[in-house]
Design a binder for this molecule. Structure first.
Ligand SMILES: [Zn+2]
Length: 245
């Protein structure tokens, strides 16, 4: 039968693994959730660029529509002019006047569309200027952004690999014989931010940094029992106690 000190020494080893796993998981979560300032800036600029692209879409469509309409008007006008000036055209003055009026109307409409198109083009150019400014800002941070993103990806990969290793190492504690002690360890671990077992270092509990009494040390040294810190309630462990026997 292993002594309490031997069992605690094993659990203490387990706790080191657990704490490293917890610490690594915490860092992975931060890497996943929190972006670096440069990543945030990149995201913000990309979103703004996307917004401007979307703003431009309907304006471009309007311009296309105006162009298409003017192509049609141009044809109508040509048609009108052919009728007006062809040698075979009717010499009826009323008819000729009507054609003239129609020609003028088409001309006015075309001019109106051209003006509208210019206004739309100005709008489009204004947005284009904003976009160019954003693109320049993106280019400025591009290299740093790529480096940071790559570094963070690499760090995440390293951490994940390490977590897998630690979990494998943890498997050897699967057959820990004292199930009651293991259950207590796991409960205290949850209650105490991952630290269930506190080693006593120079008469001080390293869980709460409060001095433990000489009587407690005596119990740790000579009694084969679970001794808890009176202040923080963690299981106390005296390193090297098993060697002294
Ligand atoms: Zn304590």
């Amino acid at each position: 039968m292993p002594t309490m000190t031997e069992k605690l020494s094993k659990l203490y080893e387990l706790q080191l693994l657990d704490n490293e796993i917890i610490e690594n998981l915490r860092r992975v979560r931060i890497l996943q959730k929190e972006e670096s300032p440069i990543q945030k800036k990149h995201k913000m600029l990309t979103a703004r660029l996307e917004k401007h692209n979307k703003e431009q879409e309907p304006i471009k469509k309007d311009i296309e529509m105006l162009d298409a309409e003017n192509v049609k008007h141009l044809e109508d006008r040509k048609d009108c002019e052919e009728k007006l000036f062809s040698p075979e055209s009717s010499s009826d003055p009323k008819m000729l006047q009507a054609l003239q009026v129609k020609r003028e109307q088409i001309g006015k409409l075309m001019k109106k569309h051209e003006d509208e198109k210019i206004m739309k083009q100005i709008e489009l150019d204004n947005i284009e200027t904003k976009k160019r400014d954003i693109i320049a800002q993106l280019e400025e941070i591009q290299e740093e952004f790529e480096n940071i993103t790559r570094e963070r990806e690499e760090e995440k990969k390293t951490l994940t690999t390490r977590i897998d290793e630690l979990k494998k190492e943890r498997m050897k504690f699967k057959n820990f014989e004292d199930k009651k002690l293991l259950a207590l360890y796991q409960r205290l671990q949850k209650e105490n931010d991952g630290v269930a077992i506190a080693s006593v270092d120079d008469y001080v509990c390293d869980g709460c940094f409060v001095e433990v009494s000489a009587a407690t040390i005596e119990r740790l040294k000579y009694n084969d029992e679970i001794v808890k810190c009176q202040r923080c309630g963690r299981i106390l462990y005296l390193p090297g106690n098993d060697e002294k026997g």
